[in-house]
Ligand binder design. Sequence first.
Ligand SMILES: N[C@@H](CCC[C@H](N)C(=O)O)C(=O)O
Length: 358
Amino acid sequence: MAITATISVPVSTPIHRSLPAVNLFRSSSSFAPPQRTFNYLNSRLVASSMSTEAPVKTTSSSAASSLNSGSGFLHFAKYHGLGNDFVLIDNRDSSEPKISSEKAVQICDRNFGVGADGVIFLLPGINGTDYTMRIFNSDGSEPEMCGNGVRCFAKFISQVENIHGRHSFTIHTGAGLIVPEVLEDGNVRVDMGEPVLKASDVPTKLPANKDGAVVKSELDVDGVIWNVTCVSMGNPHCITFSRKGSQSLLVDELKLAEIGPKFEHHEMFPARTNTEFVQVLFNSHLKMRVWERGAGATLACGTGACALVVAAVLEGHTGRNCTVDLPGGPLQIEWREEDNHVYMTGSADVVYYGSLPL
Ligand SMILES: N[C@@H](CCC[C@H](N)C(=O)O)C(=O)O
């Protein structure tokens, strides 16, 4: 596939190159502040009562108005959350993604495409939510959720809807209701809902303990026994802090590309799995490397960081409030006792705007 792209870089004097003439990032006249009451069908998550300050919506945005579209072009924004990078597509005018999973694979290709860990679609909300998020991994598979992706998604909505100040949205995802809040400092705090520990729901075939969970169980990967805990944040995660009989992992020494795929495709994980290799630095500070289902080694995984803090608490390594160092930077994760929800706070940044011939 030949991909040619036009890009606009978000600097103070934007570079605008030959973009055709219809505003892609249309200012939505139907915008209303995020709703707080809705009838949501997926009961895994409960609506957050996060308070927000009134967002400010202005009439124009230089970044948004720099993106003009014409027929035959796919316009996108490239974002990253700690180096976990995504192509975001404004899909508010349709409930079906504008491009196929095959096209997403081509776009994600780092040599022949734009290059990304996934493609994310901003779709109309359903079940009373403000918006729907769908995502294709770089291999074309569709995961239920993406933590770094949802922070990028929130910043993307702020941009296309031209909202400033502190504000939050309700997002329908394959993992249920997710509530990101864009903070004054530009970081995004996300109510990621409750972790799922029941083995069959993660899903994993590993034998469960009396509570139905897989905590510090043994997993044989090509003759090496790893101690693993399995957690779903809507998508499946296998977390390991050590091999059997050895001390805490030194994650920088792992040959991730060699061992990651063996976890991902292990017969104990019928829906494949994301795997987090974790080193305990202190009782509130962890370091991780990740091998993602459908995307391989990435610089960060938000759902993975949430899942590994849950695993760290269950295994007795840390308290419920941790800093997680990922290859691309830190995330602050809290597994709150009062509501059993996991909260993730971190950055999300636009890289550039572009357009591709369809
Ligand atoms: N990078 C993401 C997770 C994306 C989905 C994952 N590859 C899967 O298939 O479950 C994150 O930040 O959570």
